[in-house]
Design a protein around this ligand. Structure first.
Ligand SMILES: Cc1cc2nc3c(=O)[nH]c(=O)nc-3n(C[C@H](O)[C@H](O)[C@H](O)COP(=O)(O)OP(=O)(O)OC[C@H]3O[C@@H](n4cnc5c(N)ncnc54)[C@H](O)[C@@H]3O)c2cc1C
Ligand code: FES
Ligand code: FES
Length: 476
């Protein structure tokens, strides 16, 4: 039995845990404002808000693609569909979309309204770029983007003259302000208390017949039938694994930490300040709200962005099967295409990295067919420690150029102890070219991927040492 709040009503349903929330909403709850477009997390027509209590006073909402969200994840949470935002009159967002001609068809508009409402519930400021990013997972097939942007900016302008910035995201004060500004219906005031009164989901029990689900953003597409028919171990219920913390010079990232939690983490900002912008190139906000770093590693895609980033950092993976624990370096984890050193019942609990010192430089590059919401053709990361112009230590990773994400160990070995200069970098590029084995596919020919990786590796060094490495080296 799954008990949760849908809009203003508390309900309990006896459904399979793996049934997609979109189907539950439309088929069982007869709320048809959320639409099925792609069914694969790409269009945003199915978007809902998922709210949960975090601590004593915070009610945190996230915009989520309900087509990829298993119903079992709703336990003890608040689900908001477009019907749950409707009031007797249009809300401020709905009205502005109408007056700015941003509402065109009924298929995608609900998703945009949901996504932007979620932004106003979670943002600390009213930044225009972040506002655009908040609808990055919503597609408008009639190309109404200019009018949509106009509507978003008009709402930001109106809220800029309110007390918005004085209220904390997830606080009762923020909810009250959004009710007063005619953005949320008044029942939202009661939700925090109502969730408190509900039975929280218990700590899941690991067993060999259960399938492990992180955010479900891969598994709900690749193994939909299995997910619908098997018992599920929800990683999100492991509250102990939702943390990022530092201990003795190392950073621990929990197996339940999402891409967006990593992107916005203060600890990560210190480790990799560019990450806040760079990680926006990964998927869309609603996907990043669910996708976990651990799921990216276990999915074992040769182009997993987080995997490639953490591979360069020479991350250590810490597993547990409930009784035994073990650690293994990420660079030794993959054995072949989608095969890895892992038992079915092992949970990836922690991803552990060394905190870089002041001489260490981190950089990540990704090229995909389109800039946002696309998987990489080729990606690469570097973590390099340079002292007095000499490379003391270096880790370089490459995705999309082999059957697994690759750690370029021969290239790293060659570079260690060398000075950063053009002749050395050129030799390193030759070694890297011998370490990879790309194949021609829809993302590019073998030749193109070799050239792409070469240029991306070069861009690591140009970023690191622009005075030493001349851009012209590209043409050599
Ligand atoms: C629209 C869209 C865009 C995307 N864009 C990108 C992109 O730009 N870059 C990118 O790299 N990926 C992208 N992805 C892929 C996906 O979001 C990532 O691979 C994500 O990290 C998967 O994490 P998850 O938590 O959703 O994994 P899930 O789908 O839950 O699980 C994936 C696999 O990992 C296992 N698993 C999950 N967590 C654990 C754990 N803690 N311990 C043991 N096993 C576990 C599951 O059993 C499953 O086999 C995209 C996906 C979609 C749908
Ligand atoms: S239906 Fe397209 S994202 Fe869910
Ligand atoms: S609003 Fe639906 S296609 Fe543009």
């Amino acid at each position: 039995m799954t008990s949760f709040i849908i809009n203003d009503k508390e309900i309990s349903l006896n459904l399979r845990d793996g049934k997609a929330t979109l189907k539950t909403i439309r088929e069982n709850l007869h709320l048809q404002g959320s639409k099925e477009g792609c069914g694969e997390g790409d269009c945003g027509a199915c978007m809902v808000l998922l709210g949960e209590n975090i601590g004593e006073s915070t009610l945190r909402y996230k915009a989520i693609n309900s087509c990829l969200l298993p119903t079992g994840e709703l336990s003890g949470k608040h689900v908001v569909t477009i019907e749950g935002l409707n009031q007797k009159r249009l809300s401020l967002i709905q009205e502005t979309f109408a007056t700015e001609f941003a509402a065109q068809c009924g298929f995608c508009t609900p998703g945009f309204i949901i996504a932007f409402t979620g932004f106003l519930m979670t943002t600390t400021d009213l930044d225009k770029e972040e506002a655009i990013q908040s609808v990055s997972g919503n597609i408008c097939r009639c190309t109404g983007y200019v009018s949509i942007k106009r509507a978003l900016f008009a709402i930001l302008k109106k809220l800029n003259s309110s007390d918005f910035k004085k209220t904390k995201p997830g606080s009762a004060a923020r909810v009250k302000l959004l009710i007063d500004e005619n953005i949320l219906p008044s029942y939202f005031k009661e939700i925090h208390k109502k969730i408190k009164g509900m039975q929280p989901a218990g700590i899941p029990i690991l067993s060999s017949h259960k399938i492990i689900a992180g955010g479900g953003t891969d598994i709900a597409i690749q193994k939909r039938d299995i997910l619908e028919n098997q018992d599920i171990y929800f990683i999100s219920e492991r509250k102990d694994l939702r943390e990022i913390f530092l201990n003795e010079g190392k950073c621990y990232i929990g197996g339940a930490v999402t891409f967006e939690e990593l992107r916005t983490s203060k600890i990560m900002e210190k480790i990799y300040p560019q990450g806040k912008n760079v990680f926006q190139l990964i998927a869309s906000l609603p996907i990043r709200n669910r996708a976990t770093v651990a799921g990216n590693i276990i999915n074992a895609s040769p182009i997993g962005d987080m995997t490639v980033f953490f591979l360069a950092m020479d991350a250590i993976l810490s597993f547990s099967d409930g009784i035994n624990k073990r650690e293994i370096p990420l660079r030794e984890f993959y054995k072949g295409y989608k095969t890895m050193d892992k038992k079915d019942n092992e949970i990836l609990e922690w991803i552990i990295i060394n905190v870089p010192d002041k001489n260490t430089f981190l950089h990540f590059e990704k090229v995909s067919k389109r800039k946002y919401l696309d998987i990489a053709s080729v990606n690469t990361g570097i973590c390099i420690t340079v002292k007095k112009h000499i490379i003391e230590k270096v880790g370089i990773s490459a995705g999309g150029v082999g059957p697994t994400p690759l750690y370029l160990s021969k290239t790293c070995e060659y570079l260690t102890g060398k000075k950063i200069e053009e002749s050395i970098i050129k030799d390193a590029l030759k070694i890297a070219n011998e370490e990879i084995s790309p194949i021609s596919d829809v993302r590019g020919t073998e030749k193109y991927k070799r050239l792409l990786l070469r240029n991306l590796l070069l861009s690591h060094f140009i970023e690191l040492s622009p005075k030493t490495i001349n851009q012209n080296i590209l043409s050599l």
